[in-house]
Ligand binder design. Structure first.
Ligand SMILES: [Zn+2]
Length: 268
């Protein structure tokens, strides 16, 4: 072997070694960068549903060893669309508008901001979030940008799953609806958010309109503009006022007016 050949071989070998070392380090960057926060309640017999909505049911189909010697488990489940942590599709209150499967994914993933009204809600169970609450948020944090996902934190999630405290009544059926007391979004504030061209709105109570609402105006104002709502969220206390990213993906029910929602936030 000539000196040149030896050198070339040594260079090739060291390249190979350094290449190998490179492939081992640096460690791949985790994605996404930040802490993941689960914004969904689980579904069980305890899950809170609207007084007139069928509750969640889980039926065991199999749970045990098969004749072939392996373990196997499976269930059936049934639920109404609007219970637990769920999405309201625009068609829920706006005829001809998007159903769950038609909501564009880019509405359900994006920058989240959290407006904290826990003080107001603790004092007044019939509290309606005002335009002034949002204006105050803007004074502290800057303008609410188009495409934002606006989350309202009333603190009611801490009452879950105690229906009497969370909804204002644990009674079921049509007569219970008049007894609902929990905070929601005032229709004027809903109109104000529409003008901001937000992507979606969410909160930690059972409905985007407050419990005593008779006309569900905030629902109608938002959904006529194809702005969906997330209801019965949790863990909003773990998010900053701004800077988190939300991923809120519902079960893709064709023609659904709502659906169970698995929502999470990435907090940098
Ligand atoms: Zn709903």
């Amino acid at each position: 072997m000539t000196r040149l050949a030896r050198l070339t071989r040594a260079a090739a070998l060291s390249l190979l070694i350094s290449g190998f070392a490179c492939s081992r380090a640096p460690a791949p960057q985790p994605w996404p960068a930040g802490t993941l926060v689960d914004l969904s309640h689980d579904y069980s017999e305890q899950t809170v549903f609207w007084p007139t909505a069928e509750s969640f049911k889980l039926e065991k189909v199999a749970d045990g060893m098969t004749e072939q010697g392996y373990y196997y488990a499976a269930n059936n489940f049934a639920t109404s669309e609007h219970g637990g942590t769920h999405i309201d599709a625009p068609v829920h209150f706006a005829k001809g508008h998007q159903s769950v499967d038609q909501i564009p994914l880019d509405r359900l993933v994006g920058p989240a901001l959290v407006v904290d009204v826990t003080m107001q809600s603790a004092r007044q169970p019939d509290y309606q979030v005002t335009t002034e609450d949002f204006a105050q948020w803007e004074r502290a944090n800057g303008q609410i940008a188009a495409g934002s996902i606006v989350l309202i934190r009333t603190g009611y999630s801490s009452r879950w799953p105690d229906a009497a405290r969370y909804l204002g009544t644990a009674e079921r059926g049509a007569d219970a609806v008049a007894k609902l007391h929990f905070p929601g979004l005032h229709p004027d504030a809903a109109r104000w958010l529409v003008e901001k061209h937000i992507n979606a709105v969410g909160l930690d109570t059972a409905s985007i309109d407050y419990g005593q609402s008779k006309l569900f105006e905030s629902h109608r104002i938002l959904y006529e503009r194809d702005i969906p709502a997330f209801e019965n969220l949790t863990n909003l206390d773990r998010l900053p006022a701004r800077g988190a990213t939300i991923v809120a993906l519902p079960m893709k029910i064709k023609g659904g007016t709502g659906a169970p929602l698995r929502a999470l936030a990435v907090v940098p």
